[in-house]
Ligand binder design. Structure first.
Ligand code: BES
Ligand code: MN
Ligand code: ZN
Length: 512
């Protein structure tokens, strides 16, 4: 089957390494070199310029290098040098080289690299100091820029285009002592990129090829390759658990629902796990409250929460982080049919609380609430759910930040910090009790919708009723999990945020 080709694997095979020997003495397909405003070369740049009889200065004088951060110019086979290419990357004013600008520069360089035929790189941008960030951060973000530029999805194309690949990446160290730090950060970046690629592949697969069964298979593959414990609950098991809310969504489709449970044990068995819950609606047509046809295809991405927790777990296992993680994925389709939920139906959740389904399109919370109840049995240190939950979140925050709501401020803060560190930001919204009033129902303990006002908040308010027994946070990734338009595709977010959060939870802070 097409899906078995596993497009994300090539990423894992690229050797990222470090070198400390002088760049002008090294053979390389492409040296990537920073140029600051005022056309200043770095120490390595000056050495290369001298060895090439001023070829770099000549290029800078030509004016071919643009003056926006990330602009590039390439020099081919410069006389006097052993490398095939030198790529100059414009970094702007040193005082303005912050996290955002470094990312721009790295993205510009990686995009240009992809267009050249170069299959290996000698990366010298580590010579520039990034405001407020350390070298480890730079290295990790460089690998992320690589992942973004070189990822492609062609599992569903009949003829594979020959993909641009890098076979080698060397980070040039200005001081040998940086070696271990950079090496560890490159490995961390690679693990994140591999996790993101897995999440992106699953997200980009269409609904006919990515069903709940496909997600269960992906989870079992992950378990096998990383020696994790895995369990997949079937409809009968869910009936026994009385997951009436989840099952009510699932019954509108012919595809069997699955409830996936993965355990990663990196610490003593007694240590309380972090539980990650991912929304796994493999296609959301809205059910009887049918969505409009325009852009409905994008609802194949309604399992991106599930894909991101799988991707995060992949990275955690690859890095061997010293903590325990449990991943829970309720997965099914949300379709209209003769057996589907109807507006006005009342169902009983696993918690015993009853729910009036006023809109069958608010199905994410209906499957997540039972997973949140199930999470209680793990005595979690905390629970984080990840879901493409509300269109309202896209209106509120656009495509830049994920929505964050939590019943614990320290946990919310840790997630905001992790997002900032990973350049995969989220933004906290309030979860005041007052919002609960909007969920009042005349016929059940609660309604599944709270009206148009504060749609992201009322969705979280609904979930909070099932997360009373532990510290809990909710990430609404409706605006960040994929891009629409001509660049339509899964982003792999919030894998970087989740991995940085888990690294911090494990007490292994980046850069140490
Ligand atoms: N999966 C959607 C949310 C969504 C919609 C994400 C569009 C990204 C883009 C979710 O299941 C949904 O349909 N939510 C409804 C809730 C409403 C009925 C209260 C929505 O946002 O319209
Ligand atoms: Mn929906
Ligand atoms: Zn949905």
């Amino acid at each position: 089957m097409i899906v078995d080709q596993k497009a994300h694997l090539p990423f894992a095979e690229i050797p990222f390494s470090t070198t400390h020997s002088p760049v002008e003495k090294q053979r390389s397909a492409c040296v990537v070199l920073g140029v600051s405003a005022a056309r200043k070369l770095s120490p390595t740049g000056l050495a290369l310029d001298a060895a090439s009889f001023g070829a770099l200065t000549a290029l800078l004088k030509s004016g071919d290098l643009g003056t926006t951060v990330g602009a590039t110019a390439v020099l081919y086979r410069p006389a006097g040098l052993l490398c095939e290419r030198v790529m100059l990357v414009y970094l702007g004013k040193p005082a303005e080289l912050d996290a955002r600008n470094y990312r721009k520069a790295a993205q510009g360089a990686m995009a240009r690299l992809k267009d050249t035929g170069a299959t290996e790189v000698l990366w010298c941008l580590g010579e520039a100091t990034v405001k407020g960030r350390d070298l480890a951060w730079q290295a990790e973000q460089t690998v992320l820029a690589y992942g973004d530029a070189f990822y492609r999805f062609e599992l569903t194309k009949s003829e594979a285009v020959k993909p641009a690949v890098l076979r080698g990446f060397k980070w040039h160290l200005s001081e040998r002592v940086q070696r271990d730090t950079v090496q560890a950060a490159l490995a961390r970046g690679m693990a994140i990129v591999a996790g993101m690629s897995l999440a992106r592949d699953l997200g980009n697969l269409p609904g006919n090829l990515c069903t709940p069964t496909t997600l269960a298979d992906a989870a079992m593959d992950l378990a096998e390759s990383h020696h994790l414990a895995v369990e997949v609950l079937e409809r009968m098991d869910l009936e026994r658990l009385e997951m009436g809310s989840f099952l009510s969504v699932a019954k509108g489709s012919d595809e069997p629902p699955k409830f996936i449970i993965l355990h990663y044990q990196g610490a003593a068995a007694e240590q309380r796990p972090v539980v990650l819950v991912g929304k796994g609606i493999t296609f959301d047509a809205g059910g009887i409250s049918l969505k409009p046809a325009a852009e409905m295809d994008e609802m194949k991405y309604d399992m991106c929460g599930a894909a991101s927790v799988l991707g995060a777990l992949h990275a955690v296992a690859e890095l061997g982080l010293p903590l325990n993680v449990v991943v829970l994925i309720p997965t099914c389709e949300n379709l209209p049919s003769g057996r589907a939920n109807k507006p006005g139906d009342v169902v009983t959740s696993m918690s015993g609380q009853t729910i009036e389904i006023l809109n069958t399109d608010a199905e994410g919370r209906l499957i997540l609430c039972d997973a949140l109840t199930y999470a209680e049995r793990f005595n979690p240190a905390c629970v984080v759910d990840v879901a493409t939950l509300t269109g309202a979140c896209v209106i509120a925050l656009g495509h830049v930040t994920s929505g964050l709501l939590a019943n614990d401020d320290a946990l919310a803060h840790a997630l905001v910090k992790a997002g900032e560190q990973a350049a995969d930001p989220c933004w906290q919204m309030p979860l005041f009790d007052e919002y609960q009033d909007q969920l009042k129902s005349n016929f059940a303990d609660m309604a599944n919708i709270g009206g148009r006002a504060g749609g992201t908040i009322t969705a979280a308010a609904f979930l909070s009723r099932f997360a009373k027994k532990y510290k809990w946070a909710h990430l609404d990734i409706a605006g960040t999990a994929w891009k629409s338009g001509k660049d339509k595709g899964s982003t792999g977010r919030p894998v970087p945020l989740l991995v940085n959060f888990l690294i911090a939870q494990a007490g292994r802070h980046p850069g140490k």
